[in-house]
Design a protein around this ligand. Sequence first.
Ligand code: GAL
Length: 340
Amino acid sequence: MPRPAPQSIRLLLRAAALAFATALVPALAAARPSTFIYSGAVWLDSQGRQIQAHGGGVLFYHRTWYWFGEDRTPGLDPAKRYVACYSSRDLLHWTFRGRPLQLADPEHLGPRWILERPKVYFSPTTHHFVLYFHLDDAHYRLARVATAVSTRITGPYTYVRSFRPLGFESRDIGQFIDDDGSAYLIFESRPSGGFYIAQLSADRLSVTRQVAFLHLPLEGGALVHAGGLYYVLGSHLTGWRPNPNVYATASALVGPWTAFQPIAPASPDTYGSQSTFLLKVTGTKSAAVLFMGDIWKPKILWDSRYLWMPVQIGVGHMLLPPPAPWTIDVRTGAVTIEQP
Ligand code: GAL
């Protein structure tokens, strides 16, 4: 091998230094006394690994939050799709609870089949957990939801079936549990030109009833009930590219719904994120509503980040403030946003 010239040595040294610094980033982040949630940053789990819960949803169960999402970890079996689960008591520190779903192509969809936006429901009648996800082929032509079931929240989940809810095409899905415990699936349906809010059966295994149809093509659907109003949120259909996410309100799920307006008027791309969930945290003093969004990196999906911020909500308005470090006292519900 020829001896490297001095210039190449300098380049090599620089590359080595960069590799060292990059390797250090997770370690530094882990070492940081983290009382704050930092949107867009690498978010590490209890094992010091980058959280893989993209397009996710959160289920509150036995005083613990469980965060489920797409696990895009490189190096896993390329024939399978994975859902990861994390649990937390403070919404800041997340313990990796494994991969409750590790699924091989369930419907002969071909090597590039798609599993997206997993959401887990608890059935109060069967005491089972039902995992919903968007199932598709490589071209998004199947447009179905699929279900998997488990007796334990952390799985393993067993595949049940796939179907088109109420007979409609369904791509992005969202989840909503109302204050009375009733459960809803939000799904985007292209031929209808909008998205549906539909109720689930008591065993959570089927979609039983259309509650509302909102005539605007929106995906990344999310819904919350706060201060006596329902707020529904979604993004326009621009694939992985962020766009101005919009919301509407209604005093009943069936509507009438107001016109849609942007959740982040100051940012034409919702600060680079796409909605996936709205989480209400009810404390002893107040209730906070958290916007959960994905900052997608389509070429390296595993490195996609999260934008989680408390929204300012009330009297028909919901505003996503510019991302800043923030923290929540889950006991009282009080939120503190660090001022720049
Ligand atoms: C997004 C959608 C993602 C994924 C992506 C593919 O709009 O929310 O879940 O389907 O499109 O382009």
